[in-house]
Design a protein around this ligand. Structure first.
Ligand code: SF4
Length: 134
């Protein structure tokens, strides 16, 4: 049913979403007008409302994947985003990381790709990979 919100007639919608902020994984029932949250029910704490607002306006996820390494004891290096990455751009990030090939040795915590796709978010090595010779 439409209602007046900030001087405009808008449609109220209800969306169910799973809060992934902590392991409890609450199912949130979010009432919103477009991207504006009106009410959040079902959350075990108030961070659920923050999650719902972010999910409607700028959804982000941590990304973990692998990149290739040459001359190393292992051919693949696990990597992760230093911060949650904009969800709509994750396929482009994965495509970009498929083109990356590092040369061993690589150290845990090393920046593998700085400022990925201009987001200001670095991609980080999550382990050491020594060179073939040790
Ligand atoms: S609403 Fe609170 S308790 Fe529930 S999953 Fe989100 S952060 Fe955890």
């Amino acid at each position: 049913m439409p209602f007046l919100f900030k001087g405009k007639h808008v449609m109220e919608e209800k969306t169910k979403m799973l809060c992934i902020t902590c392991p409890k994984g609450c199912t949130l029932e979010v009432t919103h007008a477009g991207k504006t949250v009106l009410k959040v029910e079902g959350g075990g704490c108030k961070r659920g409302a923050d999650y719902a607002a972010a999910e409607l306006t700028d959804p982000r996820r941590m990304v973990a994947t692998t990149v290739r390494v040459s001359g190393g004891a292992h051919p693949l290096l696990p990597v992760y985003t230093r911060k949650p990455f904009p969800k709509p751009r994750i396929p482009s990030l994965l495509e970009k990381l498929r083109q990356v090939e590092l040369h061993a040795p690589v150290s845990m915590g090393q920046v593998v790709l700085a400022d990925a796709l201009g987001t200001g978010i670095d991609i980080i090595a999550s382990r050491d990979v020594g060179s073939d010779g040790g």
